[in-house]
Design a protein around this ligand. Structure first.
Ligand code: MG
Length: 311
């Protein structure tokens, strides 16, 4: 049995995060506290991203209220799969009581997140001086012609040997995605993240067509595609592995419930994995980073900005 408590938080980002989904100004989530019978205390964080298709904060909070103040491990394990963010928080609180399992890996490279549009040009120099060699630029925010016209200027400002990741957050249709993929061939673009996306609310047929479109684009162009919005649950990851997805998987452990099992399945499939934060606080980020450091596949630059961005 455990003593269980939860508390809602709301923290502004130092700078609002601008993506094709809109402007995100503050991170809201839940902090969970578990105390076992020996008095040992551990914490977990629920950090939903509802526009990706996770549960909402209110839904997670309602489940926490129902759990009550005294809970068994069995009750915690019985929280339904669709509460992936809550399940991750509970799993990380439960494993938090164990000795720290950071692997022998001492460091992993980080990607630098650039502002959208031309504002990116002004910060590349300082990020490069700080040692970054992987840069992520959000696209699909402005008019496609304007963004395409900026690409080569942006690449010219990168330090030698650097790689660029583009993230469209699902903003494009097929034609726009093809224009970008044509342009990126033979440029130092590590991958294009989520060029297109149809959320589950638009129906199973629309989702299937969108999946087929992503698979077609991945097979037709040399620049790899990364799935992010498309993989927000353990079931999504299993489905894309089953489809033989040839590109990258962006893994946000905070959304994935039993993230350790999902990551083990990716490792076994020798999938290309990029670990990403959900712009959570240090509580959730520590649990997610522990999994990233334990990953046995090829290490790639981390996309963890939450801790640094929350003021
Ligand atoms: Mg993304």
């Amino acid at each position: 049995m455990f003593r269980f408590a939860h508390r809602r938080y709301s923290l502004p980002f130092r700078q609002p995060v601008r993506t094709a989904h809109g402007v995100w100004a503050e991170r809201e989530g839940l902090l969970l506290r578990l105390e076992d019978q020996s008095g040992s205390v551990s914490f977990g964080e629920v950090a939903p991203i509802p526009w990706f298709g996770t549960e909402t904060l209110e839904e997670a909070e309602a489940v926490c209220r129902e759990l009550g103040a005294d809970v068994s491990a069995e009750t915690l394990a019985a929280v339904p799969e669709r509460f992936g963010c809550l399940r991750f928080a509970l799993a990380s609180a439960l494993s938090g009581a164990k000795p720290d399992s950071f692997s022998e890996k001492k460091a992993l490279p980080m990607a630098a997140l650039l502002p959208t549009g031309r504002a990116a040009f002004d910060v590349i120099g300082s990020k490069a001086d700080a040692g970054f060699r992987t840069f992520k630029w959000k696209v699909g925010v402005a008019e496609i012609g304007d963004e395409l016209a900026m690409l080569d200027d942006l690449i010219a400002k990168l330090p030698s040997g650097a790689k660029l990741r583009l993230d469209a957050n699902g903003a494009w249709d097929r034609r726009k995605a093809e224009r970008w993929l044509e342009r990126c061939a033979e440029r130092p673009v590590e991958f294009i993240e989520q060029p297109c996306f149809v959320d589950a609310a638009q129906g199973a047929d629309a989702s299937r067509r969108s999946d087929d479109l992503l698979l077609g684009l991945a097979n037709d162009f040399p620049t790899p595609i990364a799935l992010d919005e498309s993989v927000v649950s353990a079931g999504d990851v299993a489905r894309w592995l089953g489809l033989g997805w040839p590109g990258f998987f962006v893994v946000k452990p905070a959304l994935l419930g039993d993230a350790a099992a999902v990551i083990a399945s990716l490792e076994q499939a020798k999938a290309r994995v990029v670990f990403s934060s959900a712009l959570e606080t240090a509580v959730g980020a520590k649990a997610a980073l522990r999994l990233a450091f334990g990953f046995g596949g090829e290490p790639r630059a981390l996309g963890f900005w939450g801790v640094a961005n929350i003021s």
